[in-house]
Write a protein that binds this ligand. Sequence first.
Ligand code: PRP
Length: 253
Amino acid sequence: MAQLSTFARKTNTKLVNCLSRRCKMVSVAVTVQQVARPAPAKEIASCSGRQTYHDDMAKILYTEAAISQRVAELGRQIAQDYQGKAPLVLGVLKGSFMFFGDLVRAIEPCPRGLTLDFIRASSYGSGTESTGEVKLKTDLKREKVEGRHVLLVEDIVDTALTITTVNRYLLEECGAASVATATLLDKHERRKLAYRPEYVGFVCPNEFVVGYGLDFDEEYRTIPYIGVLKPECYSHLGIKAPEPDCSGESGGE
Ligand code: PRP
C-alpha cells in the first residue's frame, strides 16, 4: 500500500473516535483515501517584502476602465472591417490571453464564420529583453488556415520579431489569405523590424510593463490593469530600467 501521511492517519483516528462517542455506533467503517505527500513549498522571491503584486507597481499606465473602453472601440472597428470575411481570430499565447478574451467578446456585431484558435510564441525567457529567437508551438493545421483572413491578437508588439515570425508562418506555411494584427500595446520605439499593426490599443512608452497578460518571469499576468514595475523588482537580476520616454506620446488615458 502506498504511503499514508501521518496527518491522514491522525485525522481518521480522531474521526472514528468522535463518531463512536457521539453516535454510539458499535463500529465505524472508514475508507481511508491515499493522501499524497505534498512537495516542499517553492521559495517565492518577494520585492523587498512587499506582499502583493500591486505593491510592486511604480505606476499604473492603463487602468481597467481605460483598457475596457479601448477594447470596446477596437472590437467595433474589427466587427465592421471583417463583416463577410469569416475571420480566424488567432491569439498569440500566452501574453494575449486576457486581451483576447475581452476583444473577441467586443467584436460586435460578430461576423458570421468567425472562429478562434491559438498559437504559442515566446522569445523572452525570464528576462526583460527578447532573446531574438522566436519559438512557435502550434497544432494549427494548414487546412484550418488556408484561404482564411487571419486576425492575430497580441498583448504587445515590441521589437516585432514575434509578430513577424508568426505572420510569415501563416502566410508562407499555412496559406492564409491575409494576416492583420490587433495588439493592445505598441512599443514602436523599440522596433528591430519594420511592422505596423492594423489595430492598436495604446502606443506604449519604453518602460517595463506588466499586467493584463504581460508578465515578468511569468508573474503579474493576472493583474487587471497595465503597470510599470518598480526597478527594485528586477534590479537584483542585473537588469537596468529602460530609459524613460520623453516624447510625451503614450496614447494612454
Ligand atoms: C511577449 C509578447 C509578444 C512578444 C512581443 O511574448 O506576448 O508575443 O513578447 O515582443 P517582440 O515584439 O519583441 O517580439 P513572450 O515571448 O514574452 O512570451 P509570452 O507571450 O508567453 O509572455
